[in-house]
Design a protein around this ligand. Structure first.
Ligand SMILES: Nc1ncnc2c1ncn2[C@@H]1O[C@H](COP(=O)(O)OP(=O)(O)OP(=O)(O)O)[C@@H](O)[C@H]1O
Ligand SMILES: [Mg+2]
Length: 826
């Protein structure tokens, strides 16, 4: 395994020498955390954009960074075509059969050739089947097909549910969300609505706004109902009926209804919900690469889906903590039409917001397009990395140059327009100019061979075959059983409510039993309506409500848990025992003073009528809480981090992965700080030594100084990259020195200067070895996905238990004709 794999560096390719039209030796590594300022990839058709971005997504996956991919053309599904053994039979089901025919080869023979071709391509780029295996092991790959069952279908039902609190709390974000949802929905109906002018738009957004701000979820059916009968009587200052009369609203309702009723629309309703957290990490916290293939959809449907998806990503993003490391990638393979400079399709607003805000949350947005005019200019100003491939027209080149010039100006960097024009004119297939604002200078490179077999767009059938195995397994959500719930339940969750033995013998009366006034008594409210022909029956029970505070200053835990239990009153020697209690599932504030209506009552046992009994039961309740309550947390011994109360093991592992990544990135930064000055110092000394050699040796001619550069291939060179020292200069210097050194050795004419060059080279080798060793140490860090976690149990102190209430509680049941009772409050 190459050392860069441990260092959050994405291997994108190797430097390309434009003058010699030759591939260089130095690796082009991209710092994963640079991607948080997003990237744009432009280049004409066939220039290798998708290949470059697939390579980047592969690197991210190997580094444990998950991604969400929007795939309008179908090329990205190729990420699932990974064959570590690189055998012909692995390739055979996926080859382009027309190509085989054209070459007069059987499928098997052509597949064999393709396998060899891929193997060779990979090996030219220092890769092998092992790395393919590494990619496969690092993440789970899935193809989603909204509106179709070929891949995993996606349900949009939940997409009209009220957004997370984080979104509701942000007025601007909420407005954008309402706006985008409305525009994309109307788009699906073929209505190009202006948010300010169109009454359809205004009405639907008002309905969404009203529901969401009240925390109410909508689905398409309720949305339709509410359009016909909106929850408001006025829109702005106008009366609803004059603004949009009921009979006109009916037209809109019918259009929506027809859409839902249309054959094929059902596919939009089944499948996994668009839950971004689940799309990014599986049930155990393993990273996922979720590809949304939309090639099969019509334009309006695509726009509708992409807008919904982007909205969900925005909502998810807001619930994440801040980070400086890359957490996830959102990639869109062909941005044409979704992010135009002038028009305002529903996808544009969320994309702009993402480009502006996603950085703080570690979400890197990567957009690819053939044509630079497809991209909104404002959005581009927020893009840190540009990958520019061969461009078709002069106009495209000029536009890119303007963009780069603008970016350079905002950073106060110089810009050589003519040199840039020359560079862009000389770009070939798979050769890109990388302009990364985090680096000192742009770099021309050729993309590395992809681990995935790039066979081009997959057919629906092929997607079906690819996803069949996955679909047979339970979907991510179902499997994401929130393992290891952290707060242990206080009481046994009894399957049926505990019954008091004496009740079975006494018959209920229709008058509420009289209880001494100094005994506190309450009614538990009924939930839902009475099922069929049933009567309401109240049984006396004891309710205990308390708060337990778990404090552990060392672990930074300060968490309180509310407990509310119900326990029966029996005829036994100990009539009330909290051991028999069940969780009541209600809050003290919900208790009522009166019955829910006419009811029958079981008699309260004598003990329940004495205030003194409750004092004893209160003490017992405290002892019970003390004995049963505990807060369980998970501990990662490698990072010394603890799960938070209520955080599942999966969520904890997802969080750990990010924090491991953050600390690794910080360590890498330290390594850079440490090595860069030493490297620069050596560079300077080598330069001087080289000059001395030149002075002393008349034979040292320029031709010898042009020996191939090899230094950049070392880890040190690639790692320090273009950030701290200019490797190209350094590379040239050292190679030159080596060349000269060798030739002079042959001539037995080595001066002292050359000796010192050798010595300096040895020092460089040492520095290199030192860095290797430190990189090795980074790798030794535990894997947050599989590391065994310890369970830590925190017990409350007696002083941290407070009892709010222990009182007589009239508990409702539904009593049917045959005498069966069902709890009426659960
Ligand atoms: N990194 C790579 N490794 C191996 N083959 C590649 C790589 N990049 C590109 N190719 C080959 O070149 C072809 C064209 O490249 P690619 O699909 O990436 O172009 P593109 O710029 O995305 O074009 P379009 O705009 O039409 O989508 C691919 O189908 C593949 O055969
Ligand atoms: Mg492409």
């Amino acid at each position: 395994m190459e050392d860069y794999e441990k260092m959050g560096a994405f291997y994108l390719g190797r430097a390309f020498d434009q003058k010699k039209k030759k591939l260089g030796e130095s690796l082009v590594l991209y710092d994963s955390k640079d991607l948080v300022t997003h990237a744009v990839c432009v280049g004409m058709t066939g220039s290798g954009k998708t290949g470059l971005c697939i390579g980047l997504l592969e690197e991210a996956a190997i580094d444990g960074v998950p991604s969400i991919i929007i795939d309008p053309k179908g090329d990205l599904a190729n990420l699932l075509l990974t064959f570590p053994q690189l055998r012909g039979e692995d390739f055979e089901p996926w080859i382009n059969e027309d190509d085989a025919r054209k070459k007069n080869l059987s499928n098997a023979d052509y597949a064999g050739q393709q396998a060899e071709f891929w193997k060779k391509g990979l090996s030219d780029w220092g890769q092998s089947g092992d790395r393919i295996q590494r990619l496969r092991d690092a993440a789970d790959f899935a193809i989603y097909t909204p509106g179709s069952n070929a891949g995993i279908p996606v349900s949009i039902l939940k997409s009209f549910a009220a957004p997370d609190q984080a979104v509701l709390d942000d007025a601007e974000l909420l407005r954008d969300r309402i706006n985008t949802t409305t525009t994309s929905l109307l788009g699906l109906l073929g209505i190009q609505a202006d948010p300010i002018q169109s009454r359809e738009h205004i009405l639907i957004s008002s309905v969404l706004n009203s529901a969401w701000t009240h925390g109410q979820d909508l689905d398409l059916a309720t949305l339709i109902q509410q359009i016909q009968n909106p929850p408001m009587t006025k829109i702005g200052v106008l009366d609803l009926e004059s603004f949009y009369p009921s009979k006109d609203r009916f037209g809109l309702v019918m259009a929506l209804n027809n859409l839902i009723a249309s054959p094929g629309f059902g596919a939009w309703m089944e499948g996994e919900a668009l839950d971004i957290g689940q799309m990014l990490h599986g049930a155990t916290g393993k990273p996922r690469v979720s590809i949304f293939s939309i090639a099969h959809l019509g334009d309006a449907e695509r726009m509708f889906f992409v807008s919904l998806l982007l909205n969900q990503v925005l909502g998810w993003m807001r619930t994440q903590s801040g980070t400086t490391s890359l957490r996830a990638i959102l990639y869109m393979d062909e941005i044409f039409g979704y992010f135009p400079p002038v028009a305002n399709p529903p996808s544009k607003l969320p994309l702009l917001t993402l480009l502006k805000q996603a950085r703080a949350f570690g979400l890197g947005v990567v957009l690819a397009t053939q044509n630079p005019v497809d991209l909104d200019y404002k959005g581009l100003a927020n893009t840190g990395t540009w990958f520019i491939g061969r461009l078709q027209t002069e106009r495209d080149k000029q536009r890119v140059i303007e963009g780069l010039e603008g970016a350079a100006a905002t950073q106060g960097a110089g810009f050589d327009k003519e040199a840039m024009e020359r560079t862009l004119a000389g770009l070939g297939s798979r050769v890109f100019l990388m302009n990364n604002t985090h680096e000192d200078a742009p770099e021309v490179f050729q993309t590395r061979w992809t681990l995935s077999y790039l066979r081009g767009p997959l057919t629906r059938n092929q997607i079906k075959v690819l996803m069949q195995a996955t679909k047979a397994a339970p979907p991510a959500q179902a499997a994401a059983a929130r393992a290891a719930a952290s707060a242990a339940p206080a009481t046994k969750a009894a399957a049926s409510p505990p019954t008091a033995s004496r009740e079975e013998t006494s018959s209920p009366a229709s008058v509420r039993p009289a209880i001494a006034p100094d005994v506190q008594q309450f009614f538990i409210p009924t939930r839902g309506s009475a099922p069929g022909e049933t009567a309401l029956l109240y049984r006396p029970m004891v309710l205990g409500a308390g708060r337990v505070n778990f404090v552990d200053t060392k672990l930074g835990v300060d968490q309180s848990v509310e407990v509310c239990c119900l326990t029966p009153i029996t005829d036994e020697a100990v009539p009330v025992s909290w051991e028999n209690s069940q969780e009541a599932g209600i809050a003290v504030s919900d208790l009522e003073k009166d019955a829910a209506g006419d009811a029958q009552y079981h008699e309260a046992p004598a003990v329940a009528g004495k205030a003194k009994s409750y004092q004893g039961w209160t003490k017992d309740f405290v002892a019970f809480l003390y004995g049963t309550q505990k807060l369980e947390l998970l501990k990662s011994s490698s990072t010394r981090e603890y799960s938070k109360p209520g955080e599942s093991e999966r969520d904890f592992r997802v969080r750990l992965q990010q924090s491991v990544r953050e600390s690794r990135d910080a360590q890498i930064e330290q390594l850079r700080q440490k090595y860069a000055p030493r490297m620069a110092g050596l560079q300077e000394r080598i330069r001087r030594a080289q000059q001395a050699v030149e002075r002393e040796s008349a034979q040292a001619n320029q031709a010898k100084l042009q020996t191939a550069i090899s230094f950049g291939t070392t880890l040190l060179g690639a790692f320090l990259g273009r950030k701290a020292v200019s490797v190209s200069t350094l590379g040239r210097a050292t190679t030159a020195v080596r060349g000269v050194g060798r030739s002079m050795k042959e001539q037995q004419d080595i001066g002292r200067a050359a000796e010192s060059v050798e010595a300096l080279q040895a020092q460089l080798a040492e520095l290199e070895a030192e860095l290797q060793a430190e990189a090795q140490a980074l790798e030794a860090k535990t894997d947050a996905q599989s590391e065994p976690l310890e369970t830590i149990s925190i017990k409350p102190k007696k002083t941290n238990i407070s009892v709010q209430l222990v009182a007589l509680a009239w508990t409702p049941f539904w009593l049917d004709e045959s005498g069966d009772k069902t709890a009426a409050w659960e």
